[in-house]
Design a protein around this ligand. Structure first.
Ligand code: WT7
Length: 654
């Protein structure tokens, strides 16, 4: 946690606070009472939130924690998630409300009402059933940000199949390992996606992955770009097969603990973890947090969460939370710089976006691009701004507030994880006086503490490890196929607490400041990537003998990946620049372009302790151009000199 000291110094000086305007607070029916209610009766509070959903069979118990850490929420209750997100709004008379305002990168637009969405989801559900998908099966989804991706997820939920969405930027290899781990029966994908003004084929990666996955019976392909595709026996066109299905589909009710989805995320080892989420508790928490954190007004808001469905933010705050709350939302397919670097602000203006939820890395990128771009658009429709994925530095927070929000919109900095399912720490915009850079406090219903190494709770003015002290409805129910890893990863450092892996501090007013990961996980543009995963990718290349990877702080992406590699003997004559390029591409092939190291340094040795553990802290000093810190535990004290002198020739920044 080498950045901590800077962050801590910084926040000691942070004394600006921004209370909600009287107007904002008066127009909200969410008040500080929520904290009082939840404190008085936590389970009763969650029960009340669950009652906002439509249950087929009522639950008989709010929480069964007898088999901790395996929780059961809303025991005995049954419901259908897709029905809750779509049909019930149509039955309540909102069939003509637009659910999705889709905008493709080339500029094509499509408005989909809740009634139309119900028809699309029903057709897709019928199609899945005709392809033999039944409750309890797994379906992999490898798609860009188009409406069919949302329809595919909801169709899975409707028939009780767990979806496993794999980010479309991941490689064929990453897709293959996820399909195999979950033993998916069906893959839903597209021919290609629009990125930066050109068509990027996706189907070839699926073909490559599926060739090694006998569990897959069919591949359902949406025609998005019309690019040429190789057609195999398992392939089925969406427009031929789904479109001819009936728009009627009777949703079945599933147990509150029925699996809803698996989403893979990085941990400290090289093998991604399949985070399992279930039905009733998850939907309860994402709907509640979306309603409260975004001060939702379903009749007038135009909501836009810029995340991708490949990440948990897309699951919880594009698909399930917002649709359960009958939101009207923008979905945009492409990149923020196409055709111009003001594309987002153009979208906000044209669609009259009221609520924007994005990531600090994007905000910092826009800061670099300059104030003129947002300045050339009318952004006055905005009334609330959100941030997620990594700590937001006070400078970016202030820029977001002033330049995007016109100093007129509360900012909610929301802390949560793939594992938590929904937001855990955040201001309530109508209640909280926010501080730039702080996620402020736990939401009503959430039990949280900051503890020291011994698990002792720390008070205001102190920093340590962030833990969750009480089970919560949206919590992960396990790691797919690996209960032991679930217990070991999250519930063993202090068995009574969930260990999030983040450092945090309470300031003197009790506001929470997140201080980054305390384990070997990097946060690159809000995406978690494990150092071990990148190291394994590097050593799988024939020229690499050993590799060590660290996250170095980066002005735009938060952290950037820096790798140190030792070449196999006989590679001394290799062209360093060429090899570095090849290794970066190799990592992209193994994991995906987001895991490409910013920099690879070819070194003769790695700094190790006498027991052989790599001292990443020292490598981080090198990567961040600092003086090398305490190296007294090194087995060979000369090694850091060797590393520093060998660097110039081998580093690469592109
Ligand atoms: C990790 C979870 C939650 C959806 C996106 C990322 C970091 C997340 C914040 C925030 C500081 C944050 C944490 C966390 N993180 N939000 N507001 N402030 N850090 O989900 O990939 O599961 O990553 O992202 O380190 O543990 P994820």
């Amino acid at each position: 946690m080498s950045q901590d000291h800077e962050t801590l110094d910084n926040l000691l000086r942070e004394n600006r606070t921004f209370p909600p305007s009287t107007e904002f607070a008066e127009n909200s029916n969410i008040t500080a009472d929520l904290y009082t209610q939840a404190d008085a009766d936590r389970l009763g509070f969650w029960e009340q939130q669950a009652r906002e959903l439509d249950w087929d069979t009522d639950f008989t118990e709010v929480l069964d924690w007898s088999d901790a850490p395996f929780a059961k929420w809303f025991v005995g209750g049954t419901l259908n998630v897709a029905y809750n997100c779509v049909d019930r709004h149509v039955h309540a008379g909102f069939g003509d409300q637009v659910a999705i305002r889709f905008e493709g990168e080339p500029g094509d637009q499509r408005n989909i009402t809740y009634r139309e969405l119900m028809g699309e989801v029903s057709k897709a559900a019928n199609a899945l059933q005709e392809l033999g998908v039944t409750a309890g099966d797994r379906v992999a989804i490898y798609m860009p940000m188009i409406p069919e991706a949302v329809v595919a997820m909801l169709a899975c939920a409707r028939v009780g199949a767990a979806h496993s969405v794999v980010f479309a930027g991941f490689s064929a290899e990453a897709l293959r390992s996820r399909i195999q781990d979950a033993q998916a029966k069906l893959v839903i994908t597209v021919d290609g996606q629009n990125r930066r003004g050109s068509v990027m084929a996706l189907k070839p990666a699926v073909d490559e992955a599926v060739a090694a996955c006998p569990s897959v019976n069919n591949v359902l392909v949406v025609k998005r770009c019309g690019n040429d595709v190789t057609w195999g026996e398992k392939d089925v066109w969406w427009h031929e097969f789904v479109d001819q299905q009936s728009e009627e589909h009777t949703p079945l009710a599933f147990d509150s603990e029925h699996p809803l989805f698996i989403l893979y995320t990085s941990g400290t080892t090289g093998k991604p973890k399949g985070i399992l989420h279930t039905t009733g508790g998850y939907l309860t928490q994402v709907a509640y947090t979306h309603r409260v954190v975004f001060d939702l007004k379903p009749d007038s808001d135009v909501y836009w969460c810029t995340a991708d469905i490949g990440w948990v933010t897309g699951h919880s705050y594009i698909v399930y939370g917002p649709l359960a709350n009958r939101v009207t939302q923008v979905i945009y397919e492409g990149t923020p710089d196409t055709p111009g670097k003001d594309r987002w602000w153009d979208i906000v203006e044209r669609h009259g976006v009221t609520t924007l939820y994005t990531a600090p890395t994007a905000i910092r990128t826009f800061m670099k691009w300059g104030d003129e771009l947002p300045g050339s658009h009318d952004l006055s429709s905005l009334r609330l701004l959100g941030s997620v994925g990594e700590p937001i530095n006070p400078e970016a927070w202030m820029w977001y507030r002033e330049v995007i929000g016109g100093s007129n919109c509360p900012i909610v900095d929301t802390w949560w994880q793939t594992e938590t399912g929904g937001i855990m720490i955040s201001p309530i915009p109508s209640v909280t006086a926010t501080k730039p850079g702080s996620a402020m406090r736990a939401l009503p219903g959430i039990g949280l503490a900051i503890v020291d190494e011994q698990g002792t709770e720390l008070g205001d003015g102190h920093g340590g490890f962030l833990v969750l002290t009480q089970p919560w409805p949206g919590m992960l129910r396990g790691i797919w196929g690996d209960d032991q890893r679930f217990v070991d990863t999250y519930w063993s450092k202090w068995p009574q607490y969930y260990f999030a892996g983040d450092g945090a501090k309470f300031d003197d007013d009790g506001a929470i400041w997140l201080l980054g990961r305390v384990d070997d996980v990097m946060n690159v543009s809000g995406h978690r990537i494990s150092t071990t995963e990148v190291e394994s990718a590097l050593v799988s290349h024939s020229s690499v003998a050993e590799a060590a990877v660290v996250g170095a702080s980066d002005d735009t992406t938060g952290q950037a990946i820096v790798a140190f590699v030792i070449l196999r003997s006989g590679m001394d004559g290799a062209d360093g620049t060429e090899l570095v390029k090849e290794l970066r591409n190799h990592v992209a092939t193994e994991i995906g372009p987001i895991a490409k190291p910013r920099q690879i340094m070819i070194v003769p040795e790695l700094p190790k302790t006498r027991s052989g553990k790599i001292l990443r802290r020292l490598l981080q000093d090198v990567a961040e151009h600092r003086n090398i810190g305490d190296s007294t535990t090194l087995a060979d004290p000369a090694v850091m000199n060797l590393i520093s002198t060998g660097l110039e020739a081998s580093s690469s920044d592109n």
